[in-house]
Every structure is written in C-alpha cells, then in structure tokens.
Design a binder for this molecule. Structure first.
Ligand code: HEC
Length: 141
C-alpha cells in the first residue's frame, strides 16, 4: 500500500540515486588535510617559519585544533567564529592573511626561509571545504 510516507521515502531515494552525488560531509583526512598539507605545511610544521613565529602547526588533527600560541583558530561548529577562515578569506590586515608567499624555497632545501608580506588566496572552493568541515563539528573523520 502507498502511504504518503512510503511515497516520500521512494522519491527521496530516487532523488539520491539520480543525483549520484557524493555526500556533503567533509572528511578531515581526505578533504581538509591535503589542502593544509599542500599550502601550509612548508611553513607551519616544526622548522618552518610560520610554526616558529606563531606555534601553529598543521601536522595533525591535534595540532590544528590546538591552534597557535595565541589560542585556538578553529571553533568546532562555527566557521564564522574561526580565525582560520577569517585569515583564509583575507579578512584580516594584509600582513596577517594566509597563505603567505614563500620566497627562497629552493635555496633552503624546501624549507621556507623568508615569508613575504604578501599572501595569495586559496581557491574559494577549498575555503568552502574547510568552512563546511568546521561547521559540521571539525571532527577527526
Ligand atoms: C610562506 C610561509 C607561510 C605559509 C605558506 C603559510 N603561513 Fe601562516 N604564517 C606564516 C608566518 C611567518 C606567520 C607568523 C607571522 C604572522 O602572523 O604574520 C603565520 C601565521 C599564521 C597564523 C596566525 C596564528 C596566530 O594565531 O597568530 C595562522 C592561523 C596561519 N598562519 C595559517 C596558515 C594557513 C592555514 C596556511 C595555509 C593555507 C598558511 N598559514 C600558510 C607563514 C606562512
């Protein structure tokens, strides 16, 4: 028998099948970490200038959540209150925006010796992935 509930369920699963889209749940390991690894780790891991100056390392989930010597940068559940997103969106003073541009990279065995004053922007798509992950609770998933 077709109750309104079974019809609703059937059309919901049909929509899910037709769409074939991946879920909107962002994963730390597969979505967020690779972006940080690629764009931040050269400076924000032990030995890097960003880590030395701010204490902020993107090496692991634990260090990301811990933040910098000035406090947390990720507020689970609220990308709006997370300074990390603020800096990535270039909402701060230009000297604070991230990621900074790395100079003299090759000369220093791949370590960034001098961080310029200027920052480039991460593609909006990547900032959205990190924002969604924070809004979904910033889990170690
Ligand atoms: C070229 C080197 C470099 C790269 C690449 C870089 N940073 Fe930084 N970062 C720095 C330096 C140096 C500082 C400390 C001085 C400052 O705050 O301007 C800093 C500071 C920060 C701070 C401020 C911490 C605090 O509380 O004061 C955050 C957050 C940050 N970076 C996030 C990132 C993220 C996220 C990325 C990658 C998307 C990134 N950075 C890429 C060099 C870098």
């Amino acid at each position: 028998m077709f109750t309104p509930k079974s019809i609703a369920l059937a059309s919901f699963s049909a929509a899910a099948l037709l769409c074939g889209c991946r879920s909107n749940v962002e994963s730390f390991k597969t979505d967020v970490q690779p972006i940080l690894e690629h764009n931040c780790a050269v400076c924000h891991s032990p030995g890097g200038i960003g880590y030395e100056m701010s204490g902020f390392s993107v090496q692991s989930y634990a260090t990301l959540l811990k933040g910098s010597k000035f406090g947390p940068l990720v507020i689970p559940g609220s990308s709006k209150q997370s300074n990390l997103i603020w800096l990535l969106k270039h909402g701060a003073h230009p000297s604070m925006n991230m990621p900074k541009i790395c100079e003299h990279l090759a000369a220093q065995d791949g370590k960034c010796a001098i961080a310029s004053q200027y920052a480039r922007r991460l593609p909006e798509r990547q900032v959205k992935i990190i924002s969604r992950w924070i809004d979904q609770g910033a889990r170690d998933n």
